[in-house]
Design a protein around this ligand. Sequence first.
Ligand code: PMP
Length: 309
Amino acid sequence: MSVITPSRADADAGTTSPPVATGTPQLWIDGAFLPADASCLPATTHALHYGSGVFEGIRSYATDDGGTAVFRLPEHLERMQRGARLLGISLDVDHVSDIVLQVLRRNRHRDAYIRPLAWLGVGSMGLDVTALSQHLMVATMTPAVHLGGASIRLGVSGWRRNPATSLPPLKLCGAYVNSLLAKHEVAARGFEEALFVDASGHVVECTGANVFMVQGDRITAVEHPDALAGITAATLLEVTGAQSRAVTLDELRDADEVFVCGTAAEVAPVSRLEDRAYAGSKVGNEVASLYRRIVRGNAPAYRHWLTHA
Ligand code: PMP
């Protein structure tokens, strides 16, 4: 069931669509292309009230051979599918993958942030969701969301991360209220990003990024059961040979360097953690530049991670 009233965009539904000529981005929603700012959801949408949806944050890049490629698209959509299953939403990875490529082409986006979202719609206000309508949309937009690759100042949040025993670390919409509380709290103290620490003093992750530290020439990825299994972190583990283990806040403070990573943040060196200033980010900058080469198709050994649009 569709919650939208498709307009003439209907004509394009499910077809390979031509790129739009003007700068107005369009998104795909339940089989039709609509302007990205179209207002089309009923106010009784279940996900709006309860956060009953799942999303992904994916990036595409203009590659150095003149093409456009999505970085690790199957991995992102498989993670989304795991979250969808928990909510009882059916999601076909190949179908969503095809739509992602269609939306990119239609918007003529090359360096883009890609946002697929699947959610529960209308039918009931109750918490038994089996009879609710299910929906899917894919939007693409020019990047510069989140940390944007800059050097950042981290504040330690007073909020705890959602424990995995209560909310699995997947990209479930409602779970992100936890992230925005933390970000809001540290922003008031002048920090760009919040760091979650658990009750025993172990580092979890940031609101939208995983954490790495450098000690001498050793790179360590912070491992924690409540943290999202980041695709960027998995990428860096594979290409740098870093080790992953539990890390305390004290260790992170004492490290030579700290950097965070995520699809939107890419690899962002940390200049300060509360009152601790890091002297430099030599390793972080090297890793950031390696990551840039990989996502732009400039590292032949890793081209299998690119899906060409
Ligand atoms: N942790 C959280 C809470 C996130 O939202 C993200 C961004 N998806 C990450 C870590 C990094 O994950 P990825 O590298 O897959 O983007």
